[in-house]
Design a protein around this ligand. Structure first.
Ligand code: ATP
Length: 229
């Protein structure tokens, strides 16, 4: 299998303070990879490093074989990395329709396909994004990322803070995306939802990859050691 994304031994700093001390992870074509770890272990920083929002100082990141070292975030996005950031950012003063169109790049994902995935969004095309519920904003954030036709979709805490019924809608959408062969890197705290859809899991502790394997290989002991509270 070709690796779409290869992150190797990256180290990322915030000013003088080191946050990542050697993160390794790969995402194969069509895979769903779960990036896991307790709070503050470096998941969001890893994602920011992949997307060019924070520069890594050592190590390497390759996307479809291309070295991302010198590339600014907009070029990385254009290569096919679509990010749904923590906190579901959309343009608040644009309508749902405008938000989706603003992001569009040609490819398989069109307005109609996004509307099929999230019928609620279609019902709210003319509504301003800042008038949507949290769950609808998350659907819009995912829809916007899909409209860029990313080869790799990155979801950072996509279900955090949402009502259980809305979380289920988001998880169903993620399962539907996986079924289309979409490659996904996902951070989420709900292991019960995450493990059944993940092909690979990568666990971070204190800015380092400490475990990687399939969900089947994850034991109670590993879960307790690295993910338990
Ligand atoms: P969470 O699940 O809480 O979002 P995380 O695993 O995503 O956690 P990060 O947000 O990547 O972890 O944080 C990794 C480390 O980097 C933490 O020690 C955090 O305090 C630090 N850090 C994160 N953002 C910044 C920043 N902007 N400036 C300085 N330090 C930061």
């Amino acid at each position: 299998m070709t690796n779409l994304l290869e992150v190797s031994a990256i180290e990322t700093f915030y000013g003088p303070s080191q946050a990542l001390f050697g993160v390794d992870l790969t995402v194969g074509e069509g895979q769903v990879v779960a990036l896991m770890g307790r709070n503050g272990m470096g998941k969001t920083t890893t994602i920011a490093s992949i997307c060019g929002l924070e520069k890594y100082r050592r190590g390497s990141i390759h996307f479809r074989g291309q070295d991302l070292w010198t590339l600014p975030s907009h070029k990385i996005a254009r290569l096919g990395v679509g990010l749904v950031p923590e906190g579901r950012r959309c343009f608040p003063n644009l309508t749902v329709y405008e938000n989706l169109i603003a992001a569009a790049r040609s490819g398989d994902w069109t307005l109609d396909r996004v509307a099929d995935l999230f019928p609620r969004l279609k019902e709210r095309y003319s509504q301003y994004a800042n008038t949507l519920s949290g769950g609808e904003q998350q659907m819009l954030a995912v829809g916007r990322a899909l409209m860029t036709n990313p080869e790799l979709l990155i979801l950072d805490e996509a279900t955090e803070g949402l009502a259980p019924v809305i979380r289920q809608e988001i998880w169903q959408a993620v399962r539907n995306l996986k079924a289309t062969g979409q490659s996904i890197l996902i951070v989420d705290k709900t292991l019960a939802e995450l493990l059944p859809i993940a092909d690979q899991c990568v666990i971070l502790e204190k800015g380092t990859t400490v475990w990687a394997g399939t969900p089947d290989q994850m034991t109670r002991d590993i879960e307790n050691r690295y993910l338990g509270v």
